[in-house]
Design a protein around this ligand. Sequence first.
Ligand SMILES: [Zn+2]
Length: 248
Amino acid sequence: MDDLVRRTSEAILAATHVVALTGAGISVESGIPPFRGKGGLWTKYDPAEYADISAFRRNPGKVWEMLREMRRVIQQARPNAAHTALAQLETLDLLKCIVTQNVDGLHQQAGSRNVVEFHGNDRAVVCQSCGREQPSADLSVEVLPPRCACGGVLKPSVVMFGEMIPRDALLLASAAAQKGDVVLVIGTTAEVYPAAELPFTVKRNGGIVIEFNLEPTVLTDSIADWSHLESASASLPAVLVALRARLN
Ligand SMILES: [Zn+2]
């Protein structure tokens, strides 16, 4: 067995509260290009015109063209082996919670239950007039913007630029960070607040930071104890196999 995989599985077994922080990188192999990367939405839509809440308020129909495309990409995506491995870690009670920057819902689709979504999700839409929330699954987006029965404009419950991170997500993530003695950082450079807080808090409290990213990041030479620099859809299942072997 790979030495890195062995050390990672030992750290997870020895820990009492393992948490995971995930970002866009984990969903690329599921068919969701990172916003700024090749084929990403921001190569086609200028985020200043399409991602900002003030742009949405000014021209919801225009911003919904981007949102409709984002929904199409998300609806076609399926969890990959990295999502599945995390769900299985939770089932084995070796992972307490996932804090994600993604809005694609793939962790839940893979079977994860304890998921904190920093940037909301695409499962629901919220009326900007009456506040009523409804599932987005059977929402018609033929005429944009889609509207509530009251006539108000509907907006996906994703957090746009200029909007606050949901307070309950911040509190849950902060609690997870305080309790965490091992954090798995997966598919994210974790450079942007509030995601950046989580690994630093765990590290400050004497915990272990284990990174799973394709390429080295700012974490690699700073707070990461170990870095798995390959696809998480390969490294996480390998860690899971090692853990199962030790549990038997
Ligand atoms: Zn309404």
